[in-house]
Write a new protein. Structure first.
Length: 265
């Protein structure tokens, strides 16, 4: 039994490629307590998306353990919700019907009417009230991403995995989405893992930032973001935030091999 809701212990994984095995993860450890929100940052190609597939049970590691809520992960689970950089919404369905899609696959205790009410409530929570009957192409990129977030949450997953969900958005839209994320987490508690390239995003949203080393990735550094109450964008311009960003930026340079590892704390 483990005290963490997500517990990844000493995971090692290599992909079998035509030119031989490609080691991607090597001794990776990530633990997230119930209700926690961890951000994972690291060089491009170091294995972050691979990590999300392991948590979601879409793949098994070569060695090590992946635990979710005290049980080893053996395959895909309905208790996980996922959202990605490019929200894949079905053009022939309305936004409301796109959000409801997972409930056609995952069993729900809710009646049809309750499901629809929940979808409408989630859409309102992210500011998409009035867009329920629109098609995906009628929405902006930021709005599509908000709809995709609702779809990831519709079945009340215990774990929400976000793989660079805001990466393709412009800076202002991204900041809007960050604030929406805080609202969503308050209303719809989940345990989260956020993959991101944006260090400001990591400290604004997460309570712990995990820096992965270059490939094959291990956990190189962890930064706890102090809980100083509700966060607003002004927090990103405080000396404390600047200090955290500095530390993280330096760790990324080490992970990229651009700064000597002995400088690591
Ligand atoms: N199915 C696969 N088969 C073979 N190699 C793969 C497969 N999936 C990923 N890889 C390789 O494994 C490495 C890690 O990939 P992964 O997608 O996990 O990285 P990432 O950290 O998410 O990168 P990015 O930041 O660019 O999204 C990369 O070198 C990639 O080419
Ligand atoms: Mg990736």
């Amino acid at each position: 039994m483990t005290e963490y809701l997500i517990d990844i212990k000493d995971v090692t994984h290599a992909y079998q490629t035509q030119s031989g095995p490609l080691p991607v993860l090597d001794g990776l450890n990530v633990s997230v307590p119930e209700g926690g929100f961890a951000a994972v940052v690291g060089p491009s190609g170091c294995g972050k998306s691979t990590l999300t597939r392991l948590i979601a049970g879409l793949m098994k590691p070569d060695a090590g353990e992946v635990w979710l809520h005290g049980e080893p992960v053996k395959g895909p689970r309905a208790t996980v919700g996922m959202a990605f950089q490019n929200p894949v919404l079905l053009e022939w369905r309305s936004i409301l019907k796109n959000v409801l899609l997972p409930l056609e696959i995952v069993h729900s205790k809710l009646s049809r009417r309750e499901q629809e009410e929940r979808a409408r409530r989630l859409l309102a929570l992210v500011g998409l009230e009035g867009f329920e009957d629109k098609r995906p192409s009628e929405l902006s990129g930021g709005m599509r991403q908000r709809a995709s977030l609702c779809r990831a949450l519709i079945h009340q997953p215990e774990v929400l995995i976000l793989d660079e969900p805001f990466g393709a958005l412009d800076a202002f839209t991204r900041e809007d989405l960050w604030q929406i994320m805080h609202r969503v987490k308050e209303e719809e508690p989940f345990t989260g893992v956020l993959i991101t390239h944006d260090l400001r995003e990591s400290i604004f949203l997460a309570d712990e930032v995990i820096v992965l080393s270059g490939r094959p990735a291990h956990t190189q550094y962890r930064l706890t973001v102090p809980d100083t109450g509700p966060r607003d964008l002004d927090h990103l311009y405080t000396p404390e935030a600047a200090e955290m960003l500095n530390v993280l930026r330096h760790q990324i340079e080490i992970a990229q091999g651009r700064a000597p590892a002995e400088a690591a704390e």
